[in-house]
Write a protein that binds this ligand. Structure first.
Ligand code: ADP
Ligand code: MG
Length: 433
């Protein structure tokens, strides 16, 4: 890799679990940070982003693979790395100045020099006048400015940011992003490279030179997208919207089968696919909304995300459910109802249940499997553990639980089978069928 300051080479991470098999959180991640770039790492929560950052920072050693530091272009041959956290991580009993000085204490900087540098960092990030304030006296945005000052005060070559704007309200986050980009673009800080972790697609496109789209379970890099739009980036511009659309599409189709080729039209599912845990009500609601004005069957994903106001992750899950059930297709950042989706939207309650049941059997292998097991058993019932045991041999426990919960709520709605919560038992709704 040309002039990489730091690279991860085939990094994987397993975590020990109290019971059962180990959890694989990162799978064969390769990435490099080059001089002069902001790299965005975009992924859902739980996909292993923070774990990856901790590995890059050297806070944990990866289970396998390596972290390679280059000494080229670094004065004393030592890469200095600092981190900004989502939760600010300030000490409540220390003032702003003292919190910032903490960044230098570990480096053994003499106290006079420490003060001078801390004051300069505070000034740089726009906290002038707040030196003696305590964290509780500051707004969220100001607290995060302290977080930035504490990271920047060490003059790091690499800055790692773990969702640094996601705890802030939208306007505050925008201001801080702009201020940070200004420092970076104007070379007011001696940073050489930045790794920004985020789950916010627009934020990644606003900030990054390169975006790595991360898939979950296990975390791995699905694709890399270069962003060569000039700064300041105009969110309303065609080029910006196209890029956002493209990433939405990648993230929707990449969700069910991490690591699978990112075909917009994905292959048939398997029994052990992750299933998004969304309720039949939510599914019906979205199909209805899509069928009506202003969408009339087709919607731009980012626009739909905005209009629904549920949060990007929930919207992606919902759209994913529609796609898996073949009520909708996703391409070029648009979600489009299929003929079956339109039929579902137009149907009354009973007809909807029938359509739903049909699609469960045909398109959701786990639903078909539960149904078949129940049909084949004398008495037509089976305990939940029958299915959990099998799923857990192939999936992480949480994923197995999620998938089974999703299928349970969908199967109940479709009256394909019944589930007794107390007895934890499935039974056929209509054994003669
Ligand atoms: P993200 O930052 O993308 O939300 P994380 O890296 O925090 O994801 O976590 C990824 C997965 O790894 C989660 O399922 C989490 O529960 C698990 N995990 C993280 N740290 C540990 C740990 N020290 N021990 C066991 N599991 C962990
Ligand atoms: Mg995280």
């Amino acid at each position: 890799m040309e002039n990489a300051l730091l690279s991860l080479d085939h990094v994987s991470q397993m975590f020990k679990r109290s019971e059962g098999r180990d959890l694989k959180v990162l799978d064969d991640v390769n990435l490099s940070l080059k001089e002069g770039e902001i790299v965005g790492l975009l992924g859902k929560s739980g996909s292993g982003k923070s774990t990856l950052l901790r590995i890059v920072a050297g806070l944990i050693a990866p289970s396998s693979g390596s972290v390679v530091h280059s000494s080229a272009g670094v004065a004393d041959g030592q890469l200095s790395i600092a981190m900004v956290f989502q939760t600010f991580a300030l000490f409540p009993w220390l003032t702003v100045l003292e919190n910032v000085e903490l960044g230098l204490e570990a480096l053994g900087v003499p106290s006079k020099e420490m003060r001078k540098r801390a004051l300069a960092a505070i000034d740089l990030i726009g906290l002038d006048g707040y030196e003696s304030a305590f964290p509780r006296e500051l707004s969220g945005g100001m607290k995060q400015r302290v977080g930035f000052a504490r990271a920047l005060v060490v003059n790091p070559q690499i800055l790692l940011m773990d969702e640094p704007f996601s705890a802030l309200d939208v306007l505050t986050a925008e201001t801080l992003k702009t201020d940070f980009l200004d420092l970076w673009l104007e070379h007011k800080v001696p940073l050489k490279s930045v790794l920004l972790v985020t789950h916010n697609i627009e934020e990644a496109v606003v900030m990054s030179d390169r975006i790595l789209v991360f898939a979950s379970n296990p975390g791995r890099i699905l694709s890399e997208i270069k962003v060569d739009l000039p700064h300041p980036r105009d969110r309303q511009s065609m080029a910006f919207r196209i890029m956002v659309d493209q990433i939405y599409t990648l993230m929707t189709s990449g969700m069910a089968k991490p690591g699978a080729a990112i075909a917009e039209k994905s292959a048939e599912g398997t029994l052990y696919d992750k299933l998004p845990r969304v309720s039949p009500n939510q599914i019906s609601g979205l199909v209805e909304a899509l069928a009506e004005a202003p969408y009339h069957g087709q919607a731009d994903l980012p626009a739909l995300d905005q209009a629904l106001g549920l949060g990007t992750e929930d919207v992606l899950h919902l759209v994913e459910a529609l796609r898996m059930l073949k009520f909708a297709e996703v391409s070029s950042g648009d979600v489009k109802l299929t003929a079956a989706g339109k039929m579902f939207a137009d149907a009354g309650t009973q007809k909807r249940k029938m359509i739903f049941a049909e699609h469960l059997i045909q398109s959701i292998p786990l639903a078909a499997f539960v149904y078949r097991v129940l049909q084949s058993r004398p008495g037509h019932h089976a305990p939940r553990i029958r299915f959990m045991t099998q799923l857990e041999d192939h999936m992480a426990e949480e994923d197995a639980e999620e998938a089974l919960s999703a299928v349970t709520s969908w199967g109940r709605y479709a009256e394909l089978f019944a589930y007794d919560d107390n007895a934890e038992t499935y039974s056929l709704e209509n054994p003669s069928a």
